[in-house]
Design a binder for this molecule. Structure first.
Ligand code: ADP
Ligand code: ASP
Ligand code: MG
Length: 477
């Protein structure tokens, strides 16, 4: 790890953590206190809460030729940023300069939407240009607020640091190029005693075309920058007291988990716990650096520490095995069935190749051993495209009645129970299904998670909340 003089902390602030005067003032205070303890601090920030949604909704309207709300969106963006600047950037010259830059970015948003409405279509590349504007505004505002509080800071666009492929809306970083660019971009600032304030969510291709890392991707940005610098610690500042036993919005009695293993958080994040973007974990684990999740609105709370899997002992007899419960909603189960599939090699491979061709990812798969049916879940909005792709790929088999049906049912949710030992401790699965049975919840499909720390069940969407609450009793009992 780094020597004492270059100990580095990367801190990421989420949208709500910078989304109001009070929140951004809190973030400034947190940076100030961290600078006292850490010689080098890098800040990564999301757009102010609601901004990315507003930008993308405006672009969607523009695709339909509707720009009637564009003026309203423009005003809303301007006034949200200006209200914070009015309080946190008291120097009039500095404030005018930062609001000027933000107005310039808002102007390019309006121009992009107008161009989209003229064309009547938007490309993923254009949508990334629009979506990334939120972070390009927030870094300028936060850097100015830090400067105003006497903390030397510099806004940095991650298009200079994170080099990605051109899979717009879900770009993948090239770690070698990103390492070189990040060190080149950030080390001189850190050596000069500045706090870089870097846009989350965005990157750029080698050619410099702006990309984004996927919705919620600012956590990933922090993980990437932390890994390549390398930092000693990455802290994710959000709006809850760390990783909790369930989404506190759904289960008010959810409690903070003081520590959780990388394996457990990976399952939780993958299966819908929005508190951490699932891609954040890998670069951090591989770089062997610390990860902490904490609350901007309750900074004295220690939050959650991520620890190596080996540090979490297998639970002893009588100890809680189930640590947390999570849900992914708005899924649909797709089923392919037919007696002619029995023992025919390659059906699964062709099925998932067809699904992949639609750009859909599959969080859960089950297959009967007879190979008479394969069942998997896909996000609801992709179901139709997946069905079409499958009907094309298996056109011959369907015509010959080897495959009877390719179909999708009503909306479902995947409920996942997470904890080391969930699968290996006798009786846990029994308890899970007993609880669901007692709550009168029908289980449509079951799968073991991709690691050995979870079990997932598919239930009707309408029963998702009831299922999470019923299973949460296993955590707090
Ligand atoms: P940010 O803008 O800081 O990135 P997000 O909204 O993306 O914040 O993620 C934080 C939210 O994640 C919380 O407000 C909470 O509702 C939700 N959440 C879902 N599952 C969990 C969980 N197990 N623990 C904590 N928060 C969770
Ligand atoms: N602002 C982006 C989003 O809303 C990225 C993030 O917040 O992590 O998806
Ligand atoms: Mg988030």
């Amino acid at each position: 790890m780094t020597d004492k003089a270059s100990k580095t902390l990367v801190m990421k602030f989420g949208g709500t953590s910078v989304g109001s005067i009070q929140a951004m003032a809190g973030a400034v205070q947190i940076v100030r206190e961290s600078c006292a303890g850490w010689p080098r601090v890098v800040v990564v920030t999301s757009a102010l809460s609601g901004v990315t949604n507003l930008l993308l909704e405006s672009a969607e309207h523009a695709v339909r030729g509707d720009t009637s709300l564009l003026g309203e969106a423009e005003q809303a963006l301007l006034s949200t940023h200006a209200a914070i600047a009015a309080q946190l950037v008291p120097d009039a010259t500095r404030r005018a300069a930062v609001l000027d830059e933000i107005a310039r970015l808002i102007h390019s948003f309006v121009e992009l939407c107008q161009a989209i409405s003229v064309l009547g279509e938007s490309t993923p590349r254009a949508l990334d240009a629009v979506a990334s504007l939120g972070e390009r505004m927030s870094v300028r505002l936060l850097a100015a607020a830090l400067e105003s509080a006497g903390i030397p800071a510099r806004a940095v666009e991650a298009s200079e640091l994170i080099v990605t492929d051109n899979r717009f809306q879900s770009a993948h970083p090239d770690f070698a190029l990103t390492t070189a660019a990040t060190r080149r971009g950030l080390l001189p600032l850190l050596e000069a005693g500045l706090v870089p304030v870097v846009t989350g969510f965005m990157g750029a291709t080698r050619e410099g075309v702006v990309t984004t890392l996927g919705r919620g991707g600012s956590d990933y940005s922090a993980g990437i920058l932390g890994a390549v610098l390398p930092a000693d610690d990455v802290w994710i500042w959000t709006d809850v007291d760390g990783v909790m036993t369930a989404d506190p919005r759904m289960v008010p009695e959810a409690q903070t988990l003081p520590q959780i293993s990388y394996g457990e958080i990976a399952e939780l994040a993958y299966f819908g716990a929005k508190v951490l973007h699932p891609k954040t974990i890998r670069p951090v684990v591989e770089a062997g650096i610390g990860l902490r999740i904490c609350n901007t609105f309750n900074p004295a709370h220690p939050g959650t520490r991520l620890v190596a899997n080996a540090q979490i002992e297998q639970p002893q007899k009588g100890e809680k095995v189930v640590k947390a419960v999570t849900a992914i909603r708005k899924q649909r189960l797709v089923t392919i069935e037919g007696r002619g599939m029995l023992g025919v090699p390659g059906v699964a491979a062709r099925t998932f190749a067809a699904v992949a061709s639609t750009g859909t990812s599959v969080p859960l798969i089950t297959q009967a051993s007879s190979e008479q049916s394969i069942c998997f879940s896909v996000p609801g909005e992709s179901a139709e495209a997946v069905l079409n792709a499958l009907e094309q790929v298996f056109a011959t088999e369907i015509a010959q009645r080897d495959i009877d049906r390719v179909w999708t049912g009503e909306e479902v949710a995947i409920i996942t129970v997470v904890g080391h030992g969930t699968r290996n401790t006798p009786g846990v699965a029994g308890e899970i299904f007993t609880r669901l049975g007692k709550a009168d919840i029908n289980v449509l499909a079951i799968a073991h998670g991709s690691s050995d720390v979870s079990i997932s069940m598919v239930v009707n969407s309408a029963e998702a909340e009831k299922a999470v609450k019923a299973l949460h009793e296993l955590v707090v009992r």
